[in-house]
Design a protein around this ligand. Structure first.
Ligand code: ZN
Length: 392
């Protein structure tokens, strides 16, 4: 493999932290049969950490293996808890930046759910960009004032000006995040009042809080506050705010075009030493946690317990593949109807609805994200199910 220079700061001072071979390249493309799911395209993860800026990157990443087409489905908006989070976030942005009767762009808008939240209450006009937006769901269902373009956002759309440019859970998929941000900067032109809002997974949640199932092939970049701040500053933005959100699982950053005086410098946001220390011990911690869960599943299977997983997103797919749970877990529950009756890449479990649990009556439900524990508990009560809930 060729030498590596940090994608955020171009430093060559890096170290390897973790390797995982043959993982499905897409966690969010589910399959019509278990056989096809087990033959899903695979790739390698080789995470490295930059000592200079704390950026973590998969240097084995090959973007040609990925296709963000129509089968890509990663909406979390079917969960009432997530919906609540998104609504509060959208309301907060509208109020903070007085976004009423304004133009809003969302890059990577999925089905346009968040863009609608930003637009509908405050009479804003929204334009969303997403190549995976399904043709079948076009205009009749699109809320008033929202237009979705089935394409990647690029400088060719620079005429499309905005008061807010919003981009959630996209940057970590981009092999050249610096270039991506420079394109956004170029598209803004000289509109110094345009606000830029980005949200990415918080890799400190994986390193510090051991949310290890967030390590997926689709994410080549893993940002901490320090590396995220650095690439925004480098691309010519002033940082207005940077913070952990969603139970510390996400990082949110608000920025605008740089003036002479930057509000926040790299040094002020820096926690590089902590990131490097955590990265040094991460590989061993991952191995131990995966080993414990392999044993737990073997023990459960030996006891004859019916075990299912709740959550067919990145965390669930990574967990099933990392612990090789092919025969011990039969089903994965997910609220997203577009995922139900499809099969998990790599390991081939069927995704089912919460209602389907009434026939299965699992002894144990493994909850992939602790933030949904209360919501799941409520849904089980409604269905008179007494399964034990265990956070993974
Ligand atoms: Zn770096």
């Amino acid at each position: 493999m060729t030498s590596y220079t940090c994608v955020a700061c171009q430093s060559t001072d890096w170290f390897g932290i973790f390797q995982m071979g043959d993982v499905p390249v897409h966690c969010n493309v589910l399959w019509p049969t278990a056989e096809k799911a087990r033959c899903a395209q695979r790739g390698d993860i080789r995470l490295v950490c930059c000592r200079n800026c704390g950026m973590i990157y998969n240097r084995a990443f090959d973007e040609t293996l990925l296709q963000y087409g129509e089968g890509y489905e990663n909406s979390l908006h079917y969960s009432p808890s997530f919906q609540q989070y998104a609504t509060t976030l959208a309301d907060g942005l509208v109020q903070k930046y007085h976004l009423v009767d304004k133009d809003i762009i969302e890059i990577g808008c999925g089905g346009g759910e968040f863009l609608s939240l930003l637009c509908q209450e405050a009479s804003n006009r929204g334009v969303g960009f997403d190549p995976s937006y399904p043709t079948a769901q076009e205009t009749p269902q699109q809320p008033a004032g929202i237009h979705i373009i089935r394409d990647f956002y690029s400088p060719k759309y620079k005429a499309q000006q905005a008061d807010l440019i919003c981009c959630r859970h996209v940057l970590e998929h981009i092999p050249t995040p610096n270039k991506f941000l420079s394109n956004v900067r170029e598209a803004i032109g000289d509109r110094t009042d345009t606000i830029v809002f980005f949200e990415v997974p918080n890799s400190l949640y994986s390193l510090r809080d051991m949310g290890i199932w967030d390590i997926i092939y689709e994410h080549c970049s893993y940002f901490t506050e320090s590396s995220l701040a650095r690439i925004f500053l480098k691309a010519g933005f002033d940082i207005l705010d940077i913070r952990e959100t969603f139970g510390k699982q996400f990082l949110a950053i608000e920025a605008k075009l740089a003036s002479q005086t930057s509000n926040l410098s790299c040094e002020e946001t820096s926690s590089i030493g902590e990131v490097v220390d955590l990265a040094l011990s991460f590989g061993e911690k991952f191995r131990k946690k995966a080993e414990i869960w392999k044993r737990n599943l073997e023990y459960g299977a030996k006891e004859g317990k019916r075990m299912v997983i709740w959550g067919a997103g990145s965390k669930g797919v990574t967990f099933l593949n990392a612990v090789k749970a092919e025969t011990k877990i039969e089903y994965v529950v997910d609220l997203n109807p577009h995922k139900q009756h499809k099969f998990v890449p790599g390991t081939g479990q069927e995704v089912i609805s919460p209602d389907a649990l009434k026939a299965i009556k699992p002894d144990v439900i493994l909850v992939m994200n602790p933030i949904y524990l209360e919501e799941i508990s409520g849904m089980l009560k409604e269905r008179n199910l007494a399964s034990e809930l265990v956070c993974v």
